[in-house]
Write a protein that binds this ligand. Structure first.
Ligand code: NAD
Ligand code: IPM
Ligand code: MN
Length: 349
């Protein structure tokens, strides 16, 4: 039997609720499919920060580097600034482990209506650049206390960074319907986005079977809402991909169902799997968080580990619960996180 070492970081708020459910379901799947997971639970979160002034131990990265993967809930709490919590844990993990692909698939799930009237299908994968772009530390705040006060932040796009995300997205598009949309803003962002367009076009020239269409991000946002069935694979910069993935998930019914895989495709470092949503302070502690984003992310992790049958079993189980009308309040149902988990558990095969 294969055994995997997974570092689990439940984090803050509903991150704790949904990872708790997902780890139990993964263990149940493992038993049915003859593999096992050694979870190394890490209490790296905002409480640790309040106690120690750090979101993770000094050698946190070295500790995680010895595992087969990272499973994360969510990070962020209302009483600590987000730049401290996120830049103290989530963002450094993505960067130190060179998880330059953030893969965010979304489908209209069985029994789920979606937010747009008449929506019959939706099947979109957002391939988000995950380590550079608009998320940069270059810049600062100047002139504090003066009328001229300003904040400045540079975006950093590298040829290497754009090329590798474009290659990855091209392969995903080729494995789907051969159509790739590249999100851009080259009409208004004058230095970086024309460069993005150019490098995407050059890279895609190597994939004659993939048809690439560049779409300005503003019009693309409207298209996600109005004509989502015209979209299949989208490649986007870090910030555009962040926004698009919540938008697509919202159209498909709830951001609580959205999964993500932060991948280091070369497998030189562990990849990280997490729901797309955050710590949801507004519903934390109420026991009603939708665990699907976390479960689907766990299925992506099993797929990554090579446990394809286990991944399918998990996905089929939450889909079947939904098809039977069992859902949490964000999807219009009355299930709690726990009762939904029970329904999933009963349906694992
Ligand atoms: P959020 O995703 O936490 O919540 C947005 C809205 O969606 C809320 O109304 C919430 O109740 C709802 N929601 C989210 N997940 C849900 C689920 N599983 N089930 C049911 N409803 C769900 O976003 P936010 O409120 O903007 O951010 C809260 C905190 O989380 C902030 O500190 C933010 O920085 C952080 N955050 C962290 C991550 C991460 O760790 N990867 C991702 C996004 C936001
Ligand atoms: C996400 C989150 C993060 C991001 C935040 C919390 C920094 O929104 O994973 O989608 O923007 O990448
Ligand atoms: Mn986001």
């Amino acid at each position: 039997t294969n055994k995997y070492v997974i570092d689990s970081i439940p984090g803050d708020g509903i991150g704790v609720d949904v990872t708790d459910v997902a780890m139990r379901m993964v263990d149940a799947v493992a038993e049915l499919h003859d593999f096992s997971i050694e979870w190394r639970i890490r209490d790296w979160n905002s409480d640790l920060y309040k106690k120690t002034g750090r979101m993770m131990p000094v050698d946190g990265i070295e500790q995680l580097a010895t595992g087969d993967g990272i499973y994360l809930g969510a990070v962020g709490t209302p009483d600590v600034p987000d730049d401290i919590t996120l830049w103290g844990l989530l963002i450094p993990l993505r960067r130190k482990f060179d998880q330059y692909i953030n893969l965010r698939p979304m489908r209209l799930l069985p029994g789920v209506k979606g937010s747009m009237p008449g929506l019959e299908s939706l099947d979109v994968v957002v391939v988000r650049e995950n380590v550079e772009g608009e998320y940069s530390t270059i810049g600062g705040r100047f002139g504090t206390g003066t009328p001229e006060e300003f904040a400045l932040q540079e975006a950093v796009f590298t040829r290497k960074g754009i090329t590798r995300v474009a290659h990855y997205a091209a392969k995903i598009a080729a494995s789907r319907n051969g159509k790739l949309v590249s999100a851009t803003k080259s009409n208004g962002i004058i230095h970086s986005m024309p460069f993005w367009d150019e490098v995407v076009a050059e890279t895609l020239a190597e994939y004659p079977a993939v048809e690439v269409e560049k779409v300005l991000i503003d019009a693309l946002a409207a298209r996600v809402v109005m004509k989502p069935t015209t979209l299949s694979t989208i490649v986007a910069s870090n910030l555009f991909g962040d926004i698009l993935s919540d938008l697509v998930a919202g159209v498909a019914g709830s951001i609580g169902i959205a999964p993500s895989a932060n991948l280091n495709p070369e497998r030189r470092f562990p990849s990280m799997f997490e729901p797309v949503h955050g710590s949801a302070p507004d519903i934390a502690g109420k026991g009603i968080a939708n665990p699907i984003g976390a479960l689907w992310a766990a299925a992506m992790m099993l797929e990554h580990l090579g446990e394809t049958a286990g991944a399918q079993s998990l996905t089929k189980a939450f889909e079947s619960a939904l098809a039977d009308g069992i859902a949490t309040p964000d999807l219009g149902g009355t299930a709690t996180t726990e009762s939904f988990a029970d329904a999933v558990r009963e349906r694992l095969s």
